[in-house]
Write a protein that binds this ligand. Structure first.
Ligand code: THU
Length: 135
């Protein structure tokens, strides 16, 4: 995996922050924006999309990852996630990301663009269930 420079990280955070306004959150009012950088250096963004049937809600991280995968991208360098307070990605999103790129970088920032956490995904979901278990 290529090492991300500071400029790329700031760029990802900026994009995640910009799309946050499109979050559909009539129930929680907790807006989340995400931007994922593929190995091919493309960026896909995403927001959380809530539903009156609450469990149907999808997180911003999964929206971004699924947009990328549905465009043929399955390897990721990093994802930036922006919320008002720098909340961490949920377990379901960690599991979805692990499927594709366990070593990707997860950058978490608050609404001021301040990076609150920067971790390798494998440190956020150690001992993850993966494809090897199904061999
Ligand atoms: N949410 C995300 O978008 N990503 C996460 O990793 C955690 C939670 C969303 C789901 C829901 O719309 C709102 O935040 C409150 O849970």
């Amino acid at each position: 995996m290529k090492k991300l420079d500071q400029e790329q990280k700031i760029d990802l955070v900026k994009i995640a922050s910009e799309v946050r306004k499109w979050a559909y959150t009539p129930y929680s009012h907790y807006q989340v924006g995400a931007a994922v950088l593929t190995d091919s250096d493309r960026i896909y963004d995403g927001v959380n999309i809530e539903n009156a049937a609450f469990p149907v809600t999808i997180c911003a991280e999964r929206t971004a990852i699924f947009k990328a995968v549905s465009n043929g991208e399955t390897k990721f360098q990093a994802i930036a996630v922006v919320t008002k307070d720098g909340g961490m990605p949920c377990g379901s999103c960690r599991q979805v990301m692990v499927e594709f790129s366990p070593e990707m970088l997860v950058i978490v920032a608050n609404e001021n663009g301040k990076i609150i956490a920067e971790k390798k995904l494998s440190d956020l979901l150690p001992g993850a269930f993966g494809a090897v278990s199904l061999e």
